[in-house]
Ligand binder design. Structure first.
Ligand SMILES: Nc1ncnc2c1ncn2[C@@H]1O[C@H](COP(=O)(O)OP(=O)(O)OP(=O)(O)O)[C@@H](O)[C@H]1O
Ligand SMILES: [Mg+2]
Length: 615
């Protein structure tokens, strides 16, 4: 193999562009990123030896920082797993993260946006904030022959070449840009600056980080596993840096949770609840799960077995004392102890949130805004936890703009109200303006406004809270206490209802009078046991074709259109205009709740014809 010049993948090129033009003001973090990569590489080498029997010397795993003030270079070296030539091209030349293109688009729009980039993690490329040339020399552990040398100025291309004498591991050398303190570009050959950065960002790294200058060697970090230290001895700043290291988030966490179990099965856990949702919270292929350690030895990242999917935003470390270092993912899934730890973690996370509700309502509100949608998935996944999950949940309501808990809703329930009323829909305004709401609003009943797709499902699965049934106001019959102000409808509607039921037999299963309308002429409701149209739509979107469920058309007997219709039908049941009016009535009811007409063109024509008669 000889020297080649290759191009960065398009997304990688864009990200590099952003780095070179430094959109992020805190340039110090490049060192944290390099140390983090080196630490990962050391973990990987130790694991390869442990689990795959790779022959490697792991007696002195470490990270070394070396500076040359004259040449203005800084090198971060590790004796970890290293990379093959193919790996260097694939790992350093491309970005394999999902959502990259989308995020880069957003980043370009919003120039100074550390939050956005923090959601993403720029890793190795952050070196180009401080260097105008980067060299990487590496050799993969367990491979024969030579290593690989990579070099780039961070523009469109990089070169790759053989490196005959490279030792196992990786060395990254930065050719530093001139210092420019106005631009937060410090002198990174300065020993104090390096010490400060390492202490701030990387103190907890489990391997020694050594600084060498001449013959002098100094270890810069304490290497203490944060989760093993009593909370009182660790500063918030230290926890925050650790959180950023494991989560790749750049913002401080919302809450820190320590756990320690002693006895037959010992473990320690340090969990974090982030303060905002990652951009890929609802992407299937996103990374999730906790880090698993066994007696301080890193075993695996993204251990999904330790935390259920609905709490996938929780980050952290679990260090179990009694697991085998060889434990595989397959075994983890079945391991009794792991399942027990998982149950305890869930309990602890839920109770922590519950405490936040009273101790720090603002934090709780942030939590729910960011993660509520995900948490509600737990209502489907964990029947045993309905209660604790509902206790920490909040929902939109017709009573004010702030979300309410179910407990608070129940406290506000009116005399004689037995059920928790809710209405689902795609948006708050759609729900609030739905005809189903009319009588409830008129009589002052509070209704929960549920607008997340998952709401359609959990309400059915859960059924009740605290002995109170959850009741959709768009389903079944409504028997609100009588509204005294409403006049009794005049005349007999039975013949009209019979006529309409027959005319609309394709569309609805029944036409009946309504108690839920005050201003609208008509609305559609589902039978108490039928699935709702929204659910039907969701199933169809998932490729499950079910039978179309017909609904019930309810008419407001006090509306002039409906009473007029009754009179017209009474005068002449054969009136040729009646069937069209029936269709228009049905169509309007469908539109009012935000539904889709089956044949919009036909509806438009009927309506235009009818309007033409009135002008
Ligand atoms: N010192 C190293 N030793 C071995 N492999 C490395 C080293 N540095 C980087 N790599 C490889 O290059 C990849 C890209 O590194 P980069 O820091 O950009 O992303 P990352 O570490 O995967 O994610 P993050 O954005 O969280 O840093 C790594 O996943 C790793 O496989
Ligand atoms: Mg990295």
């Amino acid at each position: 193999m000889t020297m080649e010049t290759l191009e960065f993948q398009a997304e990688a090129r864009q990200l590099l562009q952003l780095m070179v033009h430094s959109i992020y003001s805190n340039k110090d973090i490049f060192l944290r990123e390099l140390i983090s990569n080196a630490s990962d590489a050391l973990d990987k080498l130790r694991l390869a030896k442990l689990q795959d029997g790779l022959e490697a010397d792991t007696s002195d795993l470490h990270i070394e920082i070396e500076v040359d003030a004259e040449a203005r270079t800084l090198t971060v070296r590790d004796n970890g797993i290293g990379m093959t030539r193919e790996e260097v091209v694939a790992l350093i030349g491309t970005i394999a993260k999902s959502g990259t293109a989308e995020l880069l688009g957003k980043l370009k729009e919003a120039k100074e946006s550390p939050e956005l980039i923090g959601q993403f993690g720029v890793g190795f490329y952050s070196t180009f904030m401080v260097a105008d040339k980067v060299e990487l020399i590496t050799r993969k552990a367990g491979t024969e022959g030579h290593g690989t040398r990579w070099e780039s100025a961070g523009e469109g291309t990089f070169t790759i070449d053989d490196a005959p004498d490279a030792p196992v591991g990786t060395a990254v050398t930065l050719h530093l840009r001139p210092k420019d303190e106005d631009d937060a570009l410090y002198d990174y050959t300065d020993a104090w600056k390096i010490k400060e950065i390492v202490k701030r960002y990387s103190d907890f790294i489990a391997f020694p980080i050594r600084k060498t200058s001449g013959d002098e060697v100094e270890t810069l970090n304490s290497q203490k596993a944060l989760w093993a230290r009593p909370r009182s001895e660790v500063t918030d700043a230290e926890y925050h840096e650790f959180y950023k290291h494991i989560s790749h988030d750049w913002t401080d966490p919302l809450e820190i949770i320590n756990m320690k179990a002693e006895g037959t099965f010992e473990y320690e856990a340090l969990l974090f609840i982030p303060s905002r949702a990652p951009h890929d919270l609802f992407q299937r292929d996103a990374r999730r799960g906790l880090q698993l350690y066994v007696k301080r030895v890193f075993i695996m990242d993204d251990s999904k077995e330790l935390i259920p999917d609905y709490l996938r935003f929780v980050k952290g470390v679990v260090d179990a004392a009694d697991l085998s270092l060889n434990i595989s993912r397959e075994i983890l899934q079945q391991d009794r102890h792991i399942q027990m730890i998982r149950r305890r973690l869930v309990k602890k996370v839920l109770s922590t949130i519950k405490d936040l509700m009273s101790s720090s309502p603002e934090k709780y509100a942030t939590f729910w805004r960011e993660f509520g949608r995900a948490v509600k998935e737990g209502l489907l996944a964990e029947p045993d936890n309905h209660k604790p999950i509902l206790e920490i949940a909040s929902f939109g309501t017709t009573e004010g703009t702030e979300p309410t808990t179910l407990t608070a809703y129940i406290e506000r329930m009116k005399e004689g109200q037995e059920e928790i009323y809710f209405l689902t829909g795609e948006s708050r305004s759609q729900v609030e303006n739905s005809p189903h709401m009319e009588a409830f609003r008129a009589q002052g009943y509070e209704v929960l406004v549920l607008t997340d797709p998952v709401d359609e499902i959990w309400v059915d699965v859960v059924g009740e809270f605290d002995g109170k049934k959850l009741r959709s106001i768009a389903r079944g019959a409504v028997d609100l206490p009588k509204d005294e102000e409403k006049p009794e409808p005049e005349g007999d509607f039975a013949p009209l209802l019979g006529f309409l039921t027959e005319k609309l037999t394709e569309q609805v299963k029944e036409v009946r009078l309504s108690h839920r309308l005050t201003t609208s002429a008509a609305c559609l409701v589902s039978d108490a046991d039928d699935i709702t149209p929204a659910l039907e739509k969701m199933y169809r979107a998932m490729g499950q074709e079910g039978p179309r469920v017909k609904r019930i058309l309810e008419l407001n007997p006090n509306h002039p259109l409906v009473s007029g219709l009754r009179a017209a039908h009474e005068r002449s049941a054969g009136d040729a205009a009646l069937p069209d009016t029936a269709e228009l009535l049905y169509g309007t009811a469908l539109l009012a709740e935000g539904g889709d007409l089956e044949d919009p063109a036909r509806f438009a024509k009927l309506l235009a014809d009818r309007l033409a008669q009135t002008v």
